[in-house]
Design a binder for this molecule. Structure first.
Ligand code: SAM
Length: 244
């Protein structure tokens, strides 16, 4: 184990995460494949090794600091891009049944290759728009946890993500330093999509100490039939009171 890995291990230990040698190997392989493919396609702007470990891997795992992962069986990661937060969570909690949805096929091809190389089982990487995939019975109202990082503002994200969550399940929206304004405008979309705001956790990302927010929303009932609306509608006419 080198210095960067050893710092990663010590950052996770107080959070109750103890990594095996195999898991450390998987993270290192992830880093190598990510930076290799990144030379041919746009996956991430962050390529320096320790930055990837902290800003991508640790940040992804922060979901587990606030959500009881032992209660989660089915996880849907919406707009996963290069696999964040879904893949780091799957490495650390290998029993998860993970579904990844992304509208960019190149990224889905990358993720399929990555899952093979890391020997991850029970992962489905689906190419498609979340608002269309959520119309399929096998995905609608079916997941105990839904995650999204850096995909859209909360009022739009609620319509993209909450339809995947089972009643009683959780949607964890990973946000940066500013969240108050988004939360304030998200009330109407929450009501329409059967979401109940539970908590907003504020925390610092180690090393550079940048601020993050984890917004936790509980799904209270099945998704109403009219949602999600057709692609295009969500962005053109987000579910905020002033746009109605
Ligand atoms: N979650 C990753 C992360 O934090 O690094 C990727 C963030 S990237 C800025 C946003 C991703 O969301 C892109 O890969 C994009 O293709 C995907 N995306 C945007 N709108 C989507 C939609 N309606 N359905 C599925 N994927 C979508």
């Amino acid at each position: 184990m080198d210095e960067i890995q050893s710092r990663f291990v010590s950052l996770l230990q107080p959070k109750g995460i103890v990594l095996s040698e195999r898991q450390l190997e998987q993270f290192e392989l992830y880093y190598n494949i990510l930076t290799d493919w990144n030379e041919r396609m746009n996956l991430t702007g962050i390529t320096e090794r320790e930055q990837v470990y902290v800003k991508h891997f640790y940040d992804s795992l922060s979901v587990s600091f606030f959500v009881a992962m032992d209660k989660v069986e089915r996880l849907a990661d919406i707009g996963s891009g290069a696999g964040f937060p879904g893949i780091p969570l799957k490495i650390v909690f290998p029993y998860l049944q993970l579904t990844i949805v992304d509208s960019l096929n190149k990224r889905i091809q990358f993720l399929k290759h990555l899952c093979d190389a890391l020997e991850l089982t029970n992962v489905r990487c689906i190419h498609g728009r979340a608002e269309e995939i959520a119309r399929q019975e096998e995905h609608r109202d079916r997941y105990s946890l839904v995650t999204a990082r850096a995909v859209a503002r909360l009022a739009v994200l609620n319509e993209l993500c909450l339809p995947f969550a089972a009643p009683g399940g959780t949607f964890a929206a990973m946000k940066g330093s500013e969240v108050q304004e988004e939360l304030a405008e998200a009330g109407y979309s929450l009501k329409e999509l059967k979401g109940e705001w539970m908590d907003t956790h504020r925390f610092q990302l180690p090393l550079e100490d940048s601020l993050r927010h984890m917004v936790l929303i509980r799904k209270t009932a099945p998704t109403p039939g009219k949602y999600p609306r057709k692609p295009g509608m969500l962005l053109k006419s987000p579910l905020v009171k002033s746009s109605l």
